[in-house]
Structure formats: structure tokens, C-alpha cells
Design a binder for this molecule. Structure first.
Ligand code: GLC
Length: 716
């Protein structure tokens, strides 16, 4: 009999339910948790898993209690939200998506895993794979934006990065694909609201990233708080047990979201905790995070005959198997036993700085305002986000420390030792106080350059941070308008650095800024990375992973729309449009300027008649006609013109990258397996339909900028 079966045979019901329970240990290890003081619960085996414990010392002490003082000495599984770095914070996931670079995405996850494991952790609640097309939703910040293909690449990269080649390795973390599923489709972008989408949209848009995570071996999955068409995900047997486990063969651990099992009562599908616990167990949720529903509810559910001991044992086996795969039984202290070298930390900070610079999306750069010359005499840096190191961490700062973060002012001062850099916030984040604006604007007088740093606070995106007006806060707009007015009077240009956890509705800012950088939240190296880009040490290369609406009324706005029967035609009144705003986004998906100037020519696509087993190969000549070396991102979209189901007007299927010196031309090759052109047919089963398909290649989801070739897909 193997170790797990031997343990199971010895376990009491309380010990079994302890393995199915995860409680927040807080940063103070003996803080009150659902089991009272977690130390006692661990010694009795009433708690078998922890979250939110930071520091190798406290983690080791909790692990010691479990493996040395409890009866069965079963090691703890200890997890944390390592969402964009552990202590060395990199850009928030939406910003990192702007790199369109799966290799880097995997690298940063590997670095985060090393750092988290060095603190004794064995699990991260990441990657977040929710596709979001609604910028009102605060958790847009945590995902990879509006596009399914990007989220699929992110899923593969992050799971591989966190879990490495061997889950038992001392620097491997169990990854957690979350939040399964369609959480990004919450009603009106309002956090935790109901989600109700078609089966087709579920299959085409929201499921593929999770299927991809399972295919590369993700160890755990977290169901979303939300219901999907009336069935709360935490009790969604069809999608959890049938789709994930029976169809895809996922045999890992399903961990509920925080208190989500108890919240089945709020959803109105469980009258009490035992019923809620029974529904979740029936759906094969293995670990109850923070609801205490399994420990307190399942014994009653057993008595009522709502669940069986076999179902409980099935979940306990999966949890114990995960701990075994993590190597926790063989050596529970293997993670956290060795601090990382200074060289490793230095390497990581350099990577964080490079990723931060590459995450910046240059939305506008009129009259080559950027890069600024390095010989500036006096620069004024204005705005509440200019000297705001703490805010640079963005949402989910995990174990990061504000003192490790570099503000814009600090980064610029570091980069320009010979320049007088003066700063004033002008306004504060909260309140209507505009009394500081005049003094801030006066700083423009006598300056050679003006950098305006405005946008959201870190807490205005992430969880529980939906915004009905996803804009720049009103007092900051007053400040900005005053700065623009003074700059115009002085013949000066204004570089705007915009911080946010989502695209913002900023037509007035786009109109007036001479240069506009989307800086999202870039993590510890924010100020240095912004200085690197602003001063031309590196060219911006980020591309927006979400469309930027012109108006709130356009939301949800995304490029991969279906055409409809009356697609917009300026010559025909009765076509799809608004009376008061154009259909197009302010900035389309994939938009991002560089210090180069790239042109595309001579697209060739082979073969021109394609069977499903073939690989479509697109080649395009890219030339840098600008004055600076830069990296260009090349997108390959498809458009299935005639099919048995209406197809999106564009679908991203591949990305290429090339770095070119001024005047240089290179051919970029993008290969796409033809099987990627399958889609759910009329009966929702995957089909590869014969007929014409357009291949469109260029700098983003603006059809007017794309080169087009038409292929013919052949029937099987
Ligand atoms: C939170 C989030 C989830 C996170 C978990 C643990 O409420 O929904 O993303 O991993 O609880 O912190």
C-alpha cells in the first residue's frame, strides 16, 4: 500500500477535513484564523494548508508544527498570491502582456518562483487567466487583456515558469489557473456580479486559456466567485468535474476562492453550510479556502447523506498527491532552507527593469517629443504619481516592500545627475483640494522639459475595484489642463506618464499631450524603466493588450467582434454605430509606438491551399525607416470570411518580433498550425471548415494598416 493510502487508512474525519481546509495565517503567524489560533489547529491536524504567510522563518515554524508535532506529520501546503513577482515586483500582468513575449513571461514566472520558494512557499495563486473586455472591471489589471490567444500563451508560459520541469524542485511552485471561468464577463464590469454568456463565447473566448493551462500540467485551478448563467462556479459540476476532470483529464487540486463555498448560500443555491459544502464537494472542489465549510459542514452533510466518505477520500487523495509531487513529504523544509545569492537578486532586478521598460506603451509621440535629450538643464516633474514609489507596486503587491520601489522622480534624478529636477504633486489622490495646482504649474516656468505623472492609485484596480468612470480622477484633470495651458504659453511640450491598471477613457488627454506613455504599474524598477524610455536609453516597444475606448458608452469594446448584419458604413445611416462617438477605439489592440518608424511590405503566405495538418507560414518584410533602433511587434490575424457560424472580423493567431537599426530591413516569419483555425461549429463541436480565409499581418488590430492574403482551407 503506498504512502497516501496508508495515511488515508489512519486518518480521522477531522484530519481528512483538515487536509481539505486552507486558512489565512496572516503575516502574524499566530493571528486569529478560522480555526482560532492556527498553531493549535496545525498541531491537531485540523488545518492542513495555509495562505498569506510571508517569510521563511514563519513558514518554517508552521511547517515544523505540522511535520514534527502533529499525529500524522502531514506537511502543510502554503500558498500566496505571487501575481507579478514575490518581493521583486515586475509590471502587473496586464502590463507584462504588453510585451507579447511568452519567453519573457516564462522567465519572470521562473524568477518569481525562485523568490517565493526561497521564502518557503510551495504554491502561488497565479496565473490569472480571465479574458476581460470591460475596462470597468478592476481585475482587468491582473489578466492578459481582451484576447484569448494572448491569454493562452500566457497560461502556458506562466505555468511552465512557476512549476519548472520538476514540481519537487526546491525552487518550483504549484501554479493555480484562476478564476475558472468567465469571471471577466461580470455584468456591467461590476466586481463579483453575475456572468451570463453564450456557450459559444465560453468555448471560443474564456475556456481556451484554462484548457491550455491543463495541457501544460497546471497543478491547481481556482473556480471563480461568480456564477455562470446561474450556476456558481464553485458548485459547477459540469465544468469542474465533467469538463476539467473527465474531458481534459485534470487530476490536480481544485482550490476554492476565499470563502467562496460559504457564499453559495448568498448565491441562493444552498440553505446552510452543509448544503454548500456538499455542492462544492460534489463538483470536486478539493480545498476550502477560508469558508470553514468543509470542516464544519461536511460532517453534517455526511449524516444527512448529502455526500459520501468516498467523495471526501477522493479529494484528500488529490491534496496528498499534490503535496507528494511537491516533495513536501520527502523534505518539507526544502523550500526556504537556502537564502538566494546577491547575484541572483541583482540579476532579478535587472530583469525587472528590462521588463518594466518593455511594458511601457507609447500611445502618442507628436513631433518626436520623445526621447528627451540627456543634456537638460532643468526638468519639472509634476503630479501625484511622480514621487509615489508605493503606488508603483500596483495591485497584489504580495511580499513586496515599498522601500524597494523606485519612483519616477528618483529614476529621473538617478539618470540625470547634472539636471535640476524639481517636483510638485499639485494635487493629492483623494479629496477636491486644488490649492497646490498653481505652485506646481509655476514649476514649468524656466523648465526645459515637463513630465506630468497622473492616473490611478494602485488601489483603484485589482480586486473589488470596478469603476463606473474609468477615467483620470477629476482633480488630476484640472491639474493637467493647467499644465497644458502653461506649457502652451511657454512654448513647451508635455510628456504625460499615465499610470493605471486598465486602459482609461482619456480623449482630452490624448488630444493635448505631446507624448503619452501608458506606464500601467511597473513594479520595483518603475522609475528607472520610465527614465530609460523617456531619455532614449531604450526604445518603447510595448503594445496595448486591450483596446482603449473613446467613451465609456463604448464599453465593452474589443477588436474581435462578430460583423453583425449591418456593419458600419458611413454612407448608410442604418448601420451599426453610435450617434455621438465613432465605433473605433481611441487606440486599437496592439497599438504602440517606438522610436523607430516601421513599414511592412511583400507579405507572402504559403501554402495557398491549406489542409488541417499543414502549417501556415507568413513572411513579411519589415523596414525601420526611423532614426532610432527599435523592436517592432508584428501581428498575424485571420478572418474567416464565410463559415457556418459568424466569425470575428479579426482573430489573433500569431506574433513575430524584430529589432531593426535605422534603415534596416528584415523578413519576419510567423508560423501558425492550420488546426488553430478550427472553431466550435453550429453544434459547438470543433470544426475545420473549407473555404476562404484572410491572413492579415501588421502592427495591430487596425485593418487599414494590415497586409492581406487570402488562403483556401481544404476539406478533410
Ligand atoms: C482573493 C482572490 C483570489 C486570491 C485569493 C487568495 O479573494 O479572488 O484571486 O488568489 O482570494 O488571496
Amino acid at each position: 500500500m503506498n504512502r497516501i493510502e496508508k495515511l488515508l487508512a489512519q486518518m480521522t474525519l477531522a484530519e481528512k477535513l483538515g487536509q481539505l481546509t486552507m486558512t489565512a495565517a496572516g503575516h502574524a503567524v499566530t493571528g486569529p484564523v478560522i480555526a482560532g489560533d492556527s498553531t493549535e489547529a496545525i498541531k491537531t491536524g485540523a488545518i492542513g494548508n495555509l495562505l498569506n504567510l510571508v517569510g521563511a522563518g514563519p513558514v518554517r515554524e508552521m511547517q515544523r508544527l505540522a511535520v514534527e508535532e502533529s499525529r500524522l506529520k502531514i506537511p502543510l501546503l502554503i500558498g500566496l498570491d505571487i501575481i507579478h513577482g514575490h518581493r521583486t515586483l515586475i509590471p502587473i500582468p496586464l502590463a507584462e502582456a504588453a510585451l507579447f513575449d511568452p519567453q519573457t513571461w516564462e522567465m519572470t514566472a521562473r524568477e518569481a518562483a525562485k523568490e517565493g520558494a526561497a521564502d518557503g512557499l510551495a504554491m502561488t495563486f497565479s496565473p490569472m487567466l480571465d479574458v476581460s473586455r470591460d475596462i470597468r472591471w478592476g481585475r482587468t489589471a491582473e489578466g492578459s487583456g481582451e484576447d484569448t490567444w494572448v491569454s493562452v500563451q500566457m497560461a502556458r508560459a506562466k505555468v511552465r515558469g512557476y512549476e519548472g520541469s520538476d514540481l519537487a524542485s526546491p525552487d518550483a511552485l504549484a501554479a493555480c489557473a484562476k478564476h475558472f471561468c468567465a469571471y471577466g464577463a461580470v455584468l456591467a464590469g461590476r466586481e463579483y456580479a453575475s456572468a451570463d454568456i453564450s456557450e459559444r463565447t465560453l468555448l471560443e473566448v474564456h475556456l481556451p486559456p484554462f484548457d491550455a493551462a491543463v495541457a501544460v500540467g497546471v497543478a491547481t485551478i481556482m473556480p471563480a466567485f461568480t456564477d455562470l448563467a446561474g450556476i456558481p462556479m464553485t458548485a459547477n459540476k459540469k465544468l469542474l468535474r465533467h469538463h476539467l476532470r473527465e474531458q481534459l483529464g485534470f487530476d490536480g487540486v481544485l482550490v476554492s476562492d476565499y470563502n467562496a463555498i460559504a457564499e453559495l448560500m448568498h448565491h441562493g443555491i444552498a440553505a446552510d453550510l452543509p448544503e454548500a459544502a456538499a455542492l462544492a464537494l460534489e463538483a470536486s472542489v478539493d480545498i476550502d479556502m477560508m469558508a470553514d465549510a468543509y470542516r464544519r459542514g461536511l460532517p453534517v452533510a455526511l449524516e444527512r447523506g448529502l455526500v459520501t466518505m468516498e467523495q471526501i477520500d477522493e479529494s484528500v487523495r488529490r491534496v496528498l498527491r499534490l503535496k507528494e509531487r511537491l516533495g513536501l513529504f520527502d523534505d518539507p523544509y526544502r523550500r526556504g532552507s537556502r537564502p538566494e545569492s546577491q547575484a541572483a537578486l541583482t540579476h532579478r532586478r535587472k530583469l525587472a527593469r528590462s521588463v518594466a521598460a518593455r511594458a511601457i506603451v507609447m500611445l502618442k509621440n507628436d513631433r518626436q517629443t520623445l526621447p528627451l535629450p540627456g543634456t537638460l538643464r532643468r526638468m519639472c516633474v509634476i503630479g501625484p504619481l511622480a514621487d509615489a514609489a508605493t503606488e508603483m507596486g500596483g495591485c497584489w503587491g504580495a511580499a513586496g516592500r515599498p522601500e524597494d520601489r523606485v519612483s519616477v522622480v528618483a529614476g529621473l534624478r538617478q539618470a540625470l545627475p547634472g539636471t535640476e529636477i524639481v517636483h510638485a504633486p499639485g494635487v493629492r489622490f483623494s479629496g477636491e483640494d486644488e490649492s497646490g495646482i498653481a505652485a506646481a504649474v509655476d514649476l514649468c516656468d524656466g523648465a526645459d522639459a515637463i513630465v506630468l505623472c497622473i492616473g490611478e492609485m494602485a488601489s483603484m484596480s485589482g480586486e473589488a475595484a470596478s469603476r463606473a468612470f474609468p477615467e483620470v480622477p477629476a482633480t488630476q484633470r484640472v491639474l493637467a489642463e493647467a499644465v497644458f495651458e502653461r506649457a502652451r504659453a511657454k512654448g513647451l511640450r508635455v510628456v504625460v506618464v499615465l499610470f493605471s491598471g486598465r486602459p482609461l477613457v482619456i480623449p482630452w488627454l490624448a488630444e493635448q499631450a505631446d507624448a503619452l506613455l501608458a506606464a500601467w504599474f511597473l513594479g520595483n524598477e518603475a522609475g528607472n524603466a520610465i527614465a530609460d524610455v523617456v531619455l532614449g536609453h531604450t526604445s518603447p516597444s510595448g503594445r496595448t493588450p486591450m483596446s482603449w475606448p473613446r467613451a465609456i458608452g463604448q464599453i465593452p469594446l474589443f477588436y474581435a467582434e462578430r460583423p453583425g448584419g449591418r456593419p458600419y458604413n458611413p454612407k448608410d445611416h442604418f448601420t451599426s454605430k453610435y450617434m455621438d462617438v465613432p465605433n473605433e477605439p481611441l487606440y486599437p489592440f496592439g497599438h504602440g509606438l517606438t522610436y523607430g518608424h516601421f513599414t511592412f511590405a511583400n507579405l507572402t503566405v504559403t501554402p495557398d491551399r491549406v489542409a488541417e495538418k499543414d502549417t501556415i507560414e507568413a513572411r513579411v518584410e519589415v523596414t525601420n525607416q526611423g532614426a532610432h533602433a527599435a523592436e517592432e511587434t508584428v501581428f498575424l490575424f485571420t478572418h474567416d470570411k464565410i463559415a457556418t457560424v459568424t466569425r470575428p472580423v479579426l482573430e489573433l493567431k500569431g506574433v513575430g518580433k524584430v529589432t531593426l537599426r535605422p534603415g534596416e530591413t528584415q523578413t519576419v516569419r510567423i508560423a501558425v498550425p492550420a488546426s488553430e483555425l478550427r472553431f466550435p461549429g453550429r453544434d459547438l463541436t470543433p470544426v475545420f471548415e473549407p473555404g476562404e480565409v484572410e491572413i492579415l499581418v501588421g502592427p495591430g488590430a487596425d485593418r487599414s494598416q494590415l497586409l492581406v492574403q487570402t488562403l483556401v482551407l481544404l476539406a478533410a
